[in-house]
Design a protein around this ligand. Structure first.
Ligand code: GLC
Length: 617
């Protein structure tokens, strides 16, 4: 293996033979893994052999097309996603910066915050008009013209890399827009492309499937099928009617999406968020989520990516119950799937604990999250662009408990501090919740020491202390509230999730240097959390959070790391002060967040206070 310095593309050209050799080594060891997974899924397909050959060719072609600087990046950043110094930020390009070029100018802002992982929501050419926030993609390889060009995206990736920031983009792999060229060819009667989609010929079959499927958008897009005359029946549309589910039972679809994935990797993308992964495979008689074939496809993609672009990682977007989410890390170390997965169970439980003032829901989910495969890393977050789905807490919180949370955050419970909104109503399932973090914690004025401000910081301090990569949702770092009411919004949307997708308020962000303002206070705290994480070895993602005994019911307590290097996070979910018990073998404590010290074996916590404790050293 040649050292990175010798391979610097600016100094000397990459030695082609050596590079070839390494690719062929990777191919020799990983193609059999991919092949085995694909045979499990497509073994009975009449053209299985031909497709395996075609997929291998596509992978080779795109591996060889990878640029020297990206190959160098692949070699020099082993296991980068496990470091305690990785802090994420997620945003829509237009809402955050206008377009990709102007986003370059905001990289400094992200660096100031401590960000090293930037997840940009879908930015490829989307359907005209409604596009589910860009999740109805018309071209997987062309940047949405409103946001820039492919050259702008490559320039952004280079600028981000130079600033020490990795770029993560969505691969909307479950569906295309109804105006994608494949969908248009299918509607024009081309059988090859008709087979890219799933069409049921009669209403009885639709009704039969519907008995087992969930309804993702029961209010705004009920049902999972959309009638289309030209397609000769009901097209499978899990989400909006204009998002046509791809037919992964057809190996041509897997081959096309593999090419799309590797082309994205070759644009300089460091990670891919596998949108709606649970829905990729359908089988009659099931709920068509999380099926074994989905895992086969993901394990194959992981191996193919490791051949062609080994520095690029996969993140599962599987907003399911935690036991199902964990399966997206893969069944064995030798058969991994996604490097990362959203820790939606813990995120939702933190909100449940905040509503009740009791740490128990969060404690249970932190414990459950800890029982994950060691090769998987969580993405921890407080909010994202989607709604908070309470049913994901089953079986750790009863349906009644979930319904209480739903009502609490919709502000329907007396004494609730929240100004969120309920989303979707299905009999027997508590509505999910929309709203920015600031609205959900009840930020009313700009007092940096309000209880609401403390609640927001509690959620972020816990999320930064958990094992994995913490990802900040755009605007939370300045306690940004919901966008203006629909009637004042220049771009009104029927889907309630736009409540948590405001325009970035740069005038407010300009206050970030002043800790007397709420924006400044929150920004500085989040930047502090990032700095402390980066320097303490305990925050390496491989040190799983172990819940500790904590006497008052309002306190969540967990320990990261071992011995003298361990850190204990204690968080008081109530507005009443209390004492948290030290779980480390130490004589007194030091709080990394406040620099306070104590000699007792417990530490006082104010309303909603969080401490990151180390033993007196
Ligand atoms: C994911 C996205 C969501 C989108 C859906 C369909 O869940 O996060 O915003 O509506 O996929 O693409």
């Amino acid at each position: 293996m040649t050292g990175a310095a010798e391979l610097d593309p600016k100094q000397t050209p990459v030695v082609p033979e050596l590079d070839r050799l390494e690719l062929s080594d990777r191919f020799a060891s990983l193609w059999p893994v991919a092949e085995a997974c694909l045979r499990r899924v497509y073994g009975s397909h009449p053209d299985c052999e031909a497709w395996l050959q075609r997929i291998a060719e596509v992978v080779r072609e795109l591996a060889e097309a990878r640029s020297p600087d990206l190959r160098l990046r692949d070699r020099t950043r082993a296991q980068w996603w496990t470091g305690g110094d990785v802090v994420g930020y997620s945003a829509y390009v237009d809402r955050f910066a206008g377009d990709l070029r102007r986003l370059q100018d905001r990289l400094g802002y992200l660096k100031e915050l401590g960000v090293s992982y930037l997840h940009l929501l879908p930015l490829f050419k989307a359907r005209e008009g409604e596009s589910d926030g860009g999740f109805a993609v018309s071209d997987f390889g062309l940047v949405e013209p409103r946001l820039g060009t492919n050259a702008d995206l490559q320039a952004l990736a280079r600028g981000a890399h130079a600033a020490g920031i990795g770029l993560v983009l969505d691969l909307v792999c479950n569906h295309t827009s109804d105006d994608h060229a494949w969908a248009e060819a299918a509607r024009d009667g081309d059988q090859t492309f008709k087979d890219y989609y799933i069409v049921l010929p009669d209403a009885a079959a639709v009704a039969e499937y519907e008995t087992r499927l969930i309804d993702v958008f029961p209010d705004v897009a009920p049902g999972n099928f959309t009638y289309c005359e030209e397609m000769g029946g009901w097209v499978w549309t899990t989400f909006y009617p204009y998002q046509w589910d791809l037919n992964y039972a057809n190996p041509a679809v897997f081959c096309e999406m593999t090419a799309a994935m590797l082309r994205l990797a070759n644009l300089g993308v460091d990670g891919l968020r596998m949108d709606s992964a649970p829905f990729l495979w359908k089988r009659e008689g099931t709920d068509c989520r999380n099926l074994p074939e989905v895992h086969g496809l993901l394990a194959a993609w992981r191996a193919l990516l490791a051949i062609a672009a080994p520095g690029v990682i996969l993140k599962a977007e599987a907003i399911e119950r935690i036991e199902d989410v964990k399966s997206y890390f893969g069944e064995a170390a030798a058969l991994p799937e996604c490097h990362l997965a959203y820790n939606n169970g813990v995120m939702t439980a933190l909100w449940a604990s905040l509503a009740s003032g009791e740490a128990e829901p969060a404690r249970r989910l932190v414990k459950a999250a800890g029982r994950k495969p060691d090769w998987g890393v969580w993405v921890n977050y407080v909010r994202c662009h989607d709604d908070i789905i309470w049913s994901a807490l089953g079986p750790y919180l009863s349906v009644e408990g979930q319904a209480r949370c739903s009502a609490f955050y919709a502000g329907q419970v007396s004494g609730s501090f929240s100004e969120g909104a309920a989303f979707q109503a299905v009999a027997g399932v508590p509505s999910s919740t929309n709203g920015m973090t600031a609205a959900l914690v009840g930020v009313g004025d700009d007092d940096p020491d309000s209880l609401a401000a403390r609640r927001l910081l509690l959620l972020y301090a816990v999320s930064f202390a958990l094992d994995g990569i913490p990802v900040i949702w755009m605007g939370d770092e300045i306690a940004l509230r919901d966008p203006p009411a629909a009637e004042d919004d220049p771009e009104p949307h029927s889907d309630g999730r736009w409540l948590q997708r405001p325009q970035m308020d740069w005038a407010r962000a300009d206050l970030r240097g002043d800790p007397r303002t709420l924006a400044g206070h929150v920004f500085r705290k989040l930047a502090l959390f990032a700095r402390i994480r980066a320097r303490e070895a305990a925050f390496d993602a491989r040190n799983v959070a172990r819940p500790a005994k904590a006497d008052p019911p309002s306190v969540l307590s967990f320990v990261r790391g071992e011995g003298a290097q361990s850190v204990q996070c204690v968080a008081n979910f109530s507005d009443a002060p209390c004492l948290a018990r030290l779980a480390m073998d130490a004589h007194g404590w030091f709080d990394l967040l406040t620099q306070e010290v104590g000699t007792a074996d417990d530490a006082p916590l104010g309303p909603y206070q969080v401490r990151w404790l180390v033993g007196q050293r």
